[in-house]
Design a protein around this ligand. Structure first.
Ligand code: MRU
Length: 351
């Protein structure tokens, strides 16, 4: 990506987390620095950093920052304070399970025996570094699997942003498309705008431009037209949480897209790291769905004017659940999972 900067990076000299500000792209490339866990919580909430895997690793650095702030305490008081911070971080956004997964790993590190607060502090920072590196390696592996499903000449419809920006680097569904492109396959991407925050039109289009992958942006409502008219060979998207039966929570609009693809016999692939799987939930109806501020819908402007009448109200669920019956295969770093997912998903997770 631009300046070769990863989505999030640790600044060793300053002891701060640096984030690409995803609210401003593609118009402005700016960096936000987080010097405290509170800064990280706010950056996750306001979507400076977004995308399930990126949120998880940002939270891990949030825990490292919390430990730095608390280093004047004794070990047991520090542990108690860190648990509280962990709860606050976990509540920042409810749907992406990668956040709870990362916090759980931090909790396990906090519980390990240490002889000083300094040791605990270092443990949490090392964990965050390890998770950042792991994320990139996992993405490269799942992208290889995803790319194997893509054929030369495919037009792929993609929803939201699942690229380098949604992860530490490389990406999931978009990472698979990028991998196929780098393998020399000719791919064309139809980029869903992804209303209301336009992660597709703003971020995916920005990334594809940099990778030199041909694409066109379409309004979300145009997806059905392209699928029915035979202009799309595959649908690719990511996941924020995958239930035990293979139901997938992902960016709002994914369900309608999968429905339209299914009825038109276009294969549907959800690409994600196994850290997005939540086997504790039997089905997708149990996944908590974040509802964001109505201003994200009402604030849209047309020709410099508000697009909606003053006083109008809006609903703004940020995610929806795509039932497993609409999904052709789930793609993870441990392999491609085909139905029945309830049987095959746990088998693949154990690899
Ligand atoms: O609200 P966002 O932008 O954080 O939502 C992101 C998505 O829904 C992505 O598709 C998902 O996190 C997978 S990203 C690899």
């Amino acid at each position: 990506m631009q300046s070769d900067m990863r989505t999030l990076e640790w600044d060793e000299k300053e002891g701060e987390l640096r984030l690409i500000d995803q609210r401003l792209l593609p118009g402005r490339f700016e960096i936000v620095t987080c010097a405290s866990v509170t800064d990280v919580i706010e950056a996750i909430r306001n979507m400076t950093v977004r995308g399930a895997p990126a949120i998880g690793v940002a939270a891990a650095y949030g825990m490292a920052l919390a430990a730095r702030q608390l280093s004047f305490l004794d070990v047991s008081t520090m542990r108690a304070e860190l648990y509280q911070m962990a709860d606050k971080l976990q509540a920042a956004r409810p749907t992406a399970v990668n956040l709870s997964w990362a916090i759980q790993r931090a909790r396990e590190a906090i519980d390990q025996p240490v002889s000083s607060t300094e040791e605990l502090r270092e443990k949490l920072l090392s964990l965050a570094h390890a998770m950042a590196e792991e994320d990139v390696q996992v993405n490269l592996r799942l992208a290889q699997y995803g790319a194997s499903l893509i054929e030369d000449g495919d037009t792929i419809l993609h929803h939201c942003n699942t690229g380098a920006l949604a992860t530490v680097d490389w990406g999931t569904a978009l990472g698979a498309i990028r991998m196929a492109h780098e393998q020399g396959k000719r791919v064309h991407v139809l980029v869903d705008e992804t209303r209301p925050r336009l992660q597709g039109a703003r971020l995916t289009a920005w990334e594809l431009q940099q990778y030199g992958i041909p694409f066109e942006i379409i309004s979300d409502g145009a997806a059905g037209y392209f699928l029915r008219s035979g202009q799309v060979q595959k649908v690719f998207f990511g996941a924020d949480r995958v239930a035990a039966n293979g139901d997938v929570a992902n960016k709002i609009g994914t369900y309608m897209l999968a429905l339209a693809a299914h009825i038109n016999d276009v294969p549907v692939y959800s690409v994600f790291p196994t850290s997005s799987v939540d086997l504790s939930l039997q089905n997708g109806d149990l996944i908590p769905i974040e509802e964001r501020d109505e201003e994200e819908v009402l604030g849209i402007q047309v020709q410099g004017q508000p697009a909606t009448p003053a006083g109008a109200r809006a609903r703004n669920p940020a995610f929806d659940v795509t039932p497993h019956t609409l999904i052709t295969a789930l793609v993870t770093e441990k392999g491609i999972v085909y139905p029945p997912f309830r049987q095959h998903l746990p088998e693949v997770l154990q690899r």
